[in-house]
Write a protein that binds this ligand. Structure first.
Ligand code: SF4
Length: 55
């Protein structure tokens, strides 16, 4: 599910705001996670969701 704070041009409307979740503040992008595009990042996320789905 897409974050409700993400704009159509992939910007965070909470960036720099105190309401921004600590998980987001602490996240450090890595090529292994983000790939080279939003599509690659989504494919990785979907893959990890499948791999870690409860049985
Ligand atoms: S950084 Fe966090 S709050 Fe901002 S758009 Fe991404 S997931 Fe949403």
């Amino acid at each position: 599910m897409r974050c409700p704070h993400l704009t159509g041009d992939l910007r965070c409307t909470l960036f720099g705001q105190p309401e921004r979740p600590s998980t987001c503040i602490g996240f450090r992008p890595e090529p292994e996670i983000c790939g080279r595009s939003a599509d690659e990042a989504m494919a990785t996320l979907v893959s990890w969701e499948r791999l870690t789905r409860p049985k």
